[in-house]
Write a protein that binds this ligand. Structure first.
Ligand SMILES: C[S@@+](CC[C@H](N)C(=O)[O-])C[C@H]1O[C@@H](n2cnc3c(N)ncnc32)[C@H](O)[C@@H]1O
Length: 260
């Protein structure tokens, strides 16, 4: 018995899938801040700040001028306040608010890890009105139709004013390649897994298999896969996923001739 990947994902806890209960590990936050060269001249906003770890690290280790955490979950904001009070970080500020309406106009750097397309589109409009030079870090992909300013995959810096890019230009800027083959799909899936997941070899491998299949299938559907045929390793992993995990992904391919 196997199920389509959409059904498998539906069967997982909704708080995890929505991203609401997902927190970036402290080391990922440090890597992001190093990539940004965050320093004492910055007014840093963490949108969806969760337990406040990002605000704490930005102040304690990167000495930003101000750090403002925004989250619409009251309990998380309370925990975040407690964390920064315990660490005597007086320049920490927290707003229990929706990111769509919260005040962010003095930001010089924003950490924004959201995948909900409605939120992303609305926020892109807001970000466009921020001061020139303001940097918005996203994870995995750039803001829609924006050319990234700097990339250390999966971390991406989008800088105001945004430059337009179509999907192929975005791909080139992010991956430094013109088309996606199995090796690049795997490499980037692995980098993403390493960046966001608390490490557990077995789970990491499973997640990387899923991610690389999804990357290659999306690339194929968008006309940016390197080959016309399904590469052998992709076929093999599709088979493994179906046989050993009961998860089907072939139906995600637009080109029915390719299905097997
Ligand atoms: C990493 S963010 C991403 C979650 C988001 N639902 C997405 O689109 O992927 C998770 C954090 O954002 C918070 N959050 C989710 N939606 C929010 C909103 N509209 N405004 C402020 N905080 C939000 C959650 O409480 C959580 O701490």
């Amino acid at each position: 018995m196997s199920v389509k990947i959409e059904e498998y994902i539906k069967s997982l806890p909704s708080d995890i899938i929505s991203g609401n209960e997902v927190q970036l590990p402290a080391d990922s936050l440090r890597k992001i801040f190093e990539f940004l060269n965050l320093d004492e001249s910055d007014i840093f906003y963490h949108l969806g700040c969760g337990n406040g770890e990002g605000i704490k690290i930005a102040l304690q280790e990167f000495h930003v001028k101000n750090a403002i955490g925004i989250d619409n979950d009251k309990e998380k904001i309370q925990r975040a306040k407690q964390l920064t009070e315990e660490n005597q970080l007086k320049d920490a500020k927290f707003l229990c608010d929706d990111v769509i309406t919260a005040k962010i106009d003095d930001a010089t750097v924003i950490l924004f890890w959201f995948t909900d397309t409605e939120i992303v589109e609305k926020m892109k409009k807001r970000f466009q009105n921020l001061k020139n030079g303001c940097r918005i870090v996203t994870i995995w992909g750039p803001l829609p139709e924006c050319l990234p300013d700097q990339v250390d995959f999966p971390y991406i810096i989008n800088q105001v004013p945004f430059k337009y890019a179509d999907l192929k230009e975005q791909l080139l800027a992010i991956f430094g390649i013109k088309c996606i083959d199995f090796v690049s799909a795997w490499e980037y899936a692995e980098r993403y897994t390493n960046a966001i997941a608390p490490h557990n070899t077995e789970n990491d491998r499973f997640l990387t298999i899923l991610q690389s299949l999804v990357i290659w299938i999306n690339a194929k559907n968008l006309g940016i896969a390197c080959s016309e045929d399904i590469p052998v390793p992709i076929k093999n992993y599709m088979g493994i996923l179906k046989k050993f995990f009961g998860i089907e992904v072939e139906h995600l391919l637009d080109d029915t001739n390719l299905k097997f």
